[in-house]
Write a protein that binds this ligand. Sequence first.
Ligand code: FE
Length: 500
Amino acid sequence: MQNLPTKEHFSVPTTEQNYQLQDWQKGYESQRQESAYWLEDIEGEIPKDLQGTLFRNGPGLLDINGREIAHPFDGDGLICAITFKGGRAYFRNRFVRTAGFIKEQKAGKILYRGVFGTQKPGGWWANAFDFKIKNIANTNVIYWGEKLLALWEAAEPHSLNPATLETFGLDYLDSILAPGDPFAAHPKIDPSCQMDNGAPCLVNFAIKPGFSTTIIVYELAPDGQLLRRREHQVPGFAFIHDFAITPNYCIFFQNPVKFNPIPFALGFQGAGEGVEFQPKQPTKIVVIPRNPSQKSIQIWETKAGFVFHHANAFETEDNRICIDSICYESFPKVEENTSYKEVEFDLLSPGQLWRFTLDLKAERVKRELVESRCCEFPALHPEKVGRTYQYLFLGAAHQATGNAPLQAILKLNLTTGERQLWSAAPKGYVNEPIFVPKPNAISEDDGWVLTMVYDASHHRSDLVILDGRDLNGQPVAKLHLKYHIPYGLHGSWTPQCFNF
Ligand code: FE
């Protein structure tokens, strides 16, 4: 089994601030510009052998015609594409033209309620019993089966032209999905699927909530064709944003929450605000075999915590499954009637990296704290998804303790416990890192770490390229964009170049 150095306890309050809340807030200004240009304002050099496209997605509008939305998770999806070839880079950004985006921009006002609290003007009376959903396509973007797909977990994907980012429209994945079917925003690519003779496959899921929850698992071939689809029932309500895979299993964390739909139905709050954390209930770990002929689901229990994102999972030779996840003490909710921009970071519990080990023989779950520094958005070598791995890259706080905005990229050596940190503090705020292996790499960390950084001193964003082997050193290159891109959610890398 993989050796894991761990720390058990921490509880040291923040002593010094390395950020200004006003700086952080500016990264949440809407960006209405859409353009395409060569990135020519560069510090350092773009590696000549870095070839492919980085796609990013995230909320681009934080207001509709001046009226602020309640939460960034309700913001319309803005896609960025940065193509690297021959030591040069080309930038393009464009909103996903969802039906709701087009209607609202035409009307010049909010027409839809958001899941995370955005309300139509006119008070509760104008919002009561309005269950219409706006597919905002803002959470992730992937290139698979020769389609560029903008994903939002509660509805269908939108397909886009990968060269121009023009929106084609809702995409049912060649009839794999029916109208209205959700498709989660956290697909995993199994680099070598044992059921497909070692070919890669994309594994994703969909949640249909209710008193009991339906989890649908989809597995798609590289050409986009459906390989496997299976529905599973899990008792109780579930709020599941992400999952993890191993060669044999899909693993879901059923966070201990209950859902009170009444204030939402009556127009007082968004559906997401009706999610209530239940600290006395256990987190349930749902283990589903990927082979559809094996039907038995296992459900394990561990201490209450809240997980949005999993870093990775793997199986060991001694019959264990390990899952590495960013876990919060509770559901990180902002105080009611307070703007998300006024969040008091110190009052919220940080996301921290935990390892959950399921001992299949002894039927026991062990939970260990791996990294106590506030962190989110884990990334790793794509060939290590579902396998034992050594290196993890994360967005992290500048300081080792307390809760704070993400300003640094942390590299964690899970074998030796060694940490490396590149920090953009005090003026920089990082997004999710993406690890791109070098061609002919000689080690797991031999590659580049790409991340968008909001630079509050210039009110613009940079694309920063870090050396995966040495995060402590200077960045390989900083590419200055002409304007800022609001803090994003997720993205992906593909070796293809579309606009050359
Ligand atoms: Fe996510």
